[in-house]
Ligand binder design. Structure first.
Ligand code: AMP
Ligand code: GLY
Length: 419
């Protein structure tokens, strides 16, 4: 079977690497891909948010299965265009992907299905929103309604901060905001595969969203992750499945827009149980770089089972070995940073035991590898223990020669003693 993956980050490298392990995988394409993905797939420039272009490419190249990595093509309806062209696709329809694209929509689904989430209100006018903040007081959370690439959320500790964030969001042209109660607890990610009806939980994971050690600095796409997340016990995961995920999927099906693909629930483990912070309609990045190595060659079958509606028959046996990934980013990320800097030592790093290097933003320049993004590499290690996985990942990082890069030194700190 010939397969096309859409996307070009560390998550898509992990997808390509895992899908390649299944002997049923024939030709593997990735659009746009990156220099690391090029080692396992044929990279092709394609406007991945243009459904007609993607479907045209898939038909012309006899692609039998398309796996959509990032959110933008989902929100643009690329899965609908592919299915209309008769192509088997992993990823929710545009209507179902509204669970990520619209916070207001997700809150409405939570209300209709009884899934626990933070108390909230949605506003389209600055004045009414400001009045609500003054009436409720701080701490309080202000979110732009729509895809904002992680930058549209302000957890405000004071009323002034909340009002400032509000003015900035309306000023930047966001037409609506969601204002929420601040939840307290540990934050974990739960990933559920679903064909619209059946659900299979994937191994848990936890990421590190802040740029610097000790969870300080600006929010990023994610600076590292590990799996499993000990905070999410089996009992809590089952509770989240029964109280949040299943009711959501049932409500989506009831509305005639069943959800197919991976549903990523960002959860807060509060004193009164798991509560939903947000949904994403895709794998997390860098969470995929620790979950997929634990699924390995089972990955393709799991994704196909979602797309073919036979997830009820799927039995997944993830590797019991934990995985940990450390993201190497360009100095300055998530702000401005340089590109085109040579990166050495990759072969030596990849030769470390248990280590796989996923590329997030790289380009080949002659025989050299150069940086080409904010998050550039995701160095994953698996080992019999999480502590050993961390040791292995940092040992590999030590072999990478890139003065312009930085990484957090404390990935895994919530689950492990200090290094
Ligand atoms: P979101 O884009 O909704 O995932 O929000 C980004 C981050 O803001 C989350 O990962 C949380 O760390 C934080 N956050 C969002 N909503 C809340 C909330 N209601 N209470 C506490 N923290 C929140
Ligand atoms: N790691 C967070 C995300 O993928 O949204």
């Amino acid at each position: 079977m010939d397969i096309l993956i859409l996307g070009g980050g560390g998550r898509e490298h992990a997808l390509a690497w895992a899908i390649r392990q299944d002997p049923r995988c024939g030709r593997l394409w990735c659009a746009p891909g990156n220099a690391g993905i090029a080692a396992v797939a044929t990279c092709t420039p394609l406007d991945i948010e243009d459904g007609a272009a993607v479907a045209g490419f898939a038909v012309a190249n006899h692609v039998g299965f398309v796996v959509i990595g990032p959110e933008a093509p989902l929100a643009a309806g690329v899965s609908d265009a592919l299915r209309a062209a008769g192509i088997l696709t992993f990823g929710p329809s545009r209507a179902a992907a509204a669970l990520e694209a619209s916070k207001g929509f997700t809150k409405a689904i939570c209300a209709a299905s009884g899934a626990p989430t933070a108390a909230w209100a949605r506003f389209t006018e600055l004045g009414a929103a400001a009045a609500h903040i003054r009436a409720t007081g701080a701490p309080i959370v202000v979110k732009a309604d729509g895809l904002a690439a992680g930058k549209g959320v302000v957890v405000a500790e004071t009323e002034a901060e909340a009002l400032g964030a509000l003015a900035a969001m309306f000023g930047a042209g966001h037409g609506a905001v969601v204002i929420e109660e601040k939840l307290s607890g540990e934050e974990v990610s739960l990933f559920a595969l679903t064909d619209g009806e059946a659900v299979v939980l994937l191994p848990s994971a936890q990421d590190h969203k802040r740029a610097f050690d000790g969870d300080t600095g600006p929010n990023t796409g994610g600076m590292g992750a590990y799996s499993p997340a000990p905070a999410l016990t089996d009992a809590l995961a089952t509770r989240a499945l029964d109280e949040i995920i299943r009711p959501t999927l049932a409500e989506m099906a009831r509305r005639g827009t069943p959800y197919q693909g991976v549903l990523y629930a960002g959860l807060m483990l509060t004193e009164t149980g798991p509560k939903l912070i947000e949904y994403n309609a895709r794998f997390g990045d860098p969470e995929a770089q620790v979950i997929l190595p634990r699924l390995g060659a089972q990955t393709l079958d799991a994704l196909l089972a979602c797309a073919e509606g036979r997830l009820g028959d799927l039995r997944l046996t993830p590797s019991p070995e934990p995985a940990l990934t450390v993201v190497l980013a360009a100095r300055g990320y998530p702000g401005t940073y340089a590109r085109g800097e040579p990166i050495g030592g990759l072969a030596a790093a990849a030769a470390c035991p248990g280590v796989t290097i996923f590329h997030a933003g790289t380009r080949a320049r002659g025989s050299a590898m150069v940086s080409h993004g904010g998050r550039v590499l995701s160095v994953t290690a698996t080992a019999p223990s999480l502590a050993e996985a961390r040791t292995r990942a940092y040992a590999a990082i030590d072999r990478i020669d890139w003065p312009g890069g930085f990484c957090r030194q404390d990935i895994g700190w919530r689950a492990l003693p200090p290094r």
